[in-house]
Design a protein around this ligand. Structure first.
Ligand code: UDP
Length: 463
């Protein structure tokens, strides 16, 4: 058996996928895996997070589409669009190399569901195609129903008129819940801009997302980076009706149960030993993922609130943004706070001193918080952040949106106080703890996620 795996090399997609492939490679040791990803993304996942791979995984670099001596404009989407233009040619060529090097034809193609073209490649090769959905399942449905969403809301959002969603924002309308199968808990305002009706021309990225919905429905088996226990029933039923095998294999980037903390000798950032010196469930851990750039004014407000409230905090803030902190902030807060350019987030969230996670609601951050039973304060910024914040605050009710929607000194202080000191905070904490127990149970032998993973191994190795 020779399984090819196609990664989407942006955000945390490729890291999640290689984690799944590692689990599969350990479960199917006779199977050879070829992992195809761009060089930049391979370098980043294999230097930062993964130091060794099982012997039956070989990695390949696909062309990223960036012309030699290209000068980037600074817009992060530019790299994505160059890559999209290079597909599927780059993957097809590298696939030939993988076949030639291993001497084995491909028997199954597993691919990030963002790479819709992979379905056609599998069809040409007459082999099974197994797409993997990395973001939350609700967002898959927004792509499956993009046409319906656009038809339904184009008129009411005033597209073509001056007060469209693009500028005017009809706030009342945007706060209406969606009349779309399985998505009634979401509001129009939660939808990523790419699935909304658009006056603007399609971009390569919006086209890529637009193709997901149609193509993914051709798959017989879909792997989802989630637990069926996290779906509302209508969404689960709707997606189950569309795939013969909807395999919710659990959080693919995480070990469940989370491993125990490493000894402090491995604590290169000093975050864990600093947490050791704090009281149980008192620390606010703050991080906004790998992409978001928070406006300077909000960093200042957040910093002032942390300084004044004297709540213990651990803040992962990229080095290039640290100069937005108020003058002297680091010195003045040294007794109750720590700022680092990078934190071992999953271990920080697993630490008993961590009491709350202030997050932008990237899917990985939300999943890591659930896996460790930590309540969240949400300040969503872009992409699926708003949709995830809706799930956290209003559907699972395991966190709160930041008071006022953006960071203000009083809003931050109020939100932290609510989670760390009040009865409402205690209720939120017990709900997230209950959700943690639920996903642990699903990951145990005989649990739904364990069963789904076994089915995936069977489907993947089916001759
Ligand atoms: N992360 C980390 N340390 C940090 C900041 C982020 O380990 O200091 C990891 C975090 O654990 C998560 C990922 O980076 O797995 C961020 O992914 P997410 O989907 O939350 O956000 P994105 O970066 O894609 O917006």
């Amino acid at each position: 058996m020779h399984v090819a795996v196609f990664a989407f090399p942006f955000g945390c997609h490729a890291l999640a996928l290689i984690n799944l492939v590692q689990k599969l490679a350990r479960a199917a040791q006779e199977t050879q895996f070829s992992f195809l990803n761009t060089e930049k993304s391979n370098n980043s996942i294999f230097s930062a997070s993964i130091t060794s791979l099982p012997d039956n995984i070989k990695t390949y670099n696909v062309a990223d589409g960036v012309p030699q001596s290209h000068v980037f404009s600074g817009d992060p989407i530019e790299r994505v669009e160059l890559f999209i233009k290079e597909t599927p040619k780059n993957f097809k060529m590298t696939l030939e190399t993988a076949v030639a090097e291993t001497g084995q034809e491909i028997s199954c193609l597993i691919a990030d569901a963002f790479l819709s073209f992979s379905g056609s490649i599998a069809e040409c090769l007459s082999i099974p195609w197994i797409p993997v959905w990395i973001p939350v399942p609700h967002s898959l449905s927004t792509h499956i129903y993009t046409d319906m969403i656009r038809q339904h809301y184009a008129n009411s959002l005033g597209y073509g008129c001056s007060n469209s969603c693009g500028d005017g924002h009809d706030v009342e309308l945007e706060e209406k819940t969606l009349e779309i199968p399985g998505l009634s808990e979401l509001h129009i305002a939660d939808l990523p801009v790419e699935v909304l009706p658009r006056d603007a021309q399609e971009t390569p990225f919006s086209c890529l997302l637009g193709q997901i919905g149609n193509m993914v429905l051709k798959a017989d088996t879909l792997v989802v980076n989630s637990y069926q226990e996290l779906y509302p029933e209508p969404l689960l039923n709707d997606l189950k009706s569309k795939f013969s095998n909807l395999l919710n294999v659990g959080f693919i980037s995480l070990s469940m149960p989370p491993p125990s903390l490493p000894p402090s000798t491995e604590d290169t950032t000093g975050c864990l030993s600093w947490l050791d010196s704090q009281k149980s469930k008192t620390v606010a851990y703050i991080s906004f993922g790998t992409v978001v750039n928070i406006p300077r004014s909000e960093i200042e407000e957040l910093a002032e609130a942390l300084e004044e409230s004297r709540i213990p905090f651990l803040w992962s803030l990229r080095e290039n943004i640290q100069d937005c902190l108020p003058n002297g902030f680091l010195e003045r807060t040294i007794m109750h706070g720590k700022v680092v350019p990078w934190a071992p987030q999953t271990q920080v969230l697993a630490h008993s001193s961590t009491g709350v996670f202030m997050t932008h609601c990237g899917a990985n951050s939300v999943y890591e918080s659930i896996a460790n039973g930590v309540p969240m304060i949400c300040r969503p910024f872009f992409a699926d952040n708003k949709l995830n914040a809706r799930l956290v605050a209003d559907v699972w009710r395991i966190g709160e949106r930041i008071d006022g929607g953006v960071f203000t000194k009083t809003g931050v202080a109020r939100s932290l106080d609510l989670i760390l000191q009040h009865e409402q905070g205690r209720r939120i904490r017990s709900r997230v703890q209950a959700l943690k127990e639920l996903v642990l149970k699903a990951s145990a032998p005989g649990g739904h996620a364990t069963q789904a993973f076994k089915t995936l191994v069977e489907k993947m190795t089916l001759v």
